[in-house]
Unconditional design. Sequence first.
Length: 253
Amino acid sequence: MGSAMSYPLLVFVVSFLTLWLSARIGTLVANRLRPVRPDERSDLNLVNNAGLTLLALIIGFSFSMAVSRYDQRRSYEEEEANAIGTEYLRTDLLPAADAARVRGLLKRYLDQRLLFYQVLDSRRLAAVDSETAKLQAEMWASVRNVADTQPTPTIALVVAGMNDVLNTQGYTQAAWWNLIPLGAWALMGGIAICCCMLVGYGAHEKKYLLLAILPFLVSIAFYFIADIDSPRRGGIRVIPRNLISLSQSMSGH
């Protein structure tokens, strides 16, 4: 179910149908099982208002969580580009042969990092992750071999820069895995279902179109939250502008 939240359009369709059905169930209960008595109308409206207020707060908090995670992914993309670019410049401190090798590895590594942001297919993404791990091992082995033969402060600076390159990739991956918890989605869904049932319970039988308004609005909110929180399937995705600019700079260099 957690992976289903990565498909915003599916979230919208399922949410709308579920919430509209909940409102219709509330209407059927009021019309066939237990109609709302006139003296209960004010209390029912109070409960409805309280439930809708709580739902609005939960949606607001979830939207804030999604936006903060999006900002985090965008921030780590910038940090990763800075780390790769800095290490590319520091390769000038290495012996000529080793510098050329590390530069070549960094260029290939940068291509894989760009694919990480652009690839949607899970199989291709697995291949990108595998190639990224392979290049990380080769880059680290290259600078480690130089450090073993020339343990100088200058070479230590290059090693530290390579460590930053590897660390930022891990931070980026962690940020892409850090999504809104399933429990938060379940809480929002449960409260929304209850609110729609209460609205349907207090509505009149013939107001079918009005009963669809609240489910539609809530589903739109769920859609935008899922869209922002989905790193790959949403329309609002992190564009690796810094990595693209770095790649162009490396090609020119």
